[in-house]
Design a protein around this ligand. Sequence first.
Ligand SMILES: Cc1cc2nc3c(=O)[nH]c(=O)nc-3n(C[C@H](O)[C@H](O)[C@H](O)COP(=O)(O)O)c2cc1C
Length: 170
Amino acid sequence: MSEILIAYYSRADENYVNGEIKELTVGNTELAAKKIAELTGGDLFKIEQSVPYSKSYNECIAEAQADQKRNARPELKSCLASVEKYGEIYLGFPNYWSTMPMAVFTFLEKFDFSGKTIKPFCTHEGSGMGKSESDIKTLCPNSTVKRGLAIRGGGVERSIKDIEKWCGED
Ligand SMILES: Cc1cc2nc3c(=O)[nH]c(=O)nc-3n(C[C@H](O)[C@H](O)[C@H](O)COP(=O)(O)O)c2cc1C
């Protein structure tokens, strides 16, 4: 039996939630990822950059935007040795200008996901999945990419029912 992986990117610290700057101790996507791990019994892996973006929201915005503009592939702090044993990968990330943070691109390019199923989920402040699903399909052309789940960043706790339903979808 193949196993389940929940790989996610999430940034705590200062963030913009429902119109105000807030200090988060745990990032929104991390909350959702942990819930999915509880529901599926899958392994959790946090995608982290060697050099994290600034704790300041405004500085983070500038750094992340510069990385996106130059199509950067930020180096990862650590990575799994292999994803071979996993058949299903839940891939979580915050929406950064309609797609994933560039470190998630680094992660997807590190392994061969051929034949695997990818279930993307994101947290966002209004843009939903954006074009992330099509970017994942481009990076992983031989994977099955399932319907993504977009969760409002400040509303992860209120979205538990949607998360449960989506996890149960084939
Ligand atoms: C650098 C940056 C860019 C963002 N761009 C968008 C965006 O284009 N659209 C959107 O709906 N939300 C955007 N957001 C909001 C995040 O997607 C949202 O707050 C998310 O829940 C953060 O997840 P996290 O706490 O797991 O990092 C952005 C946030 C940051 C920090």
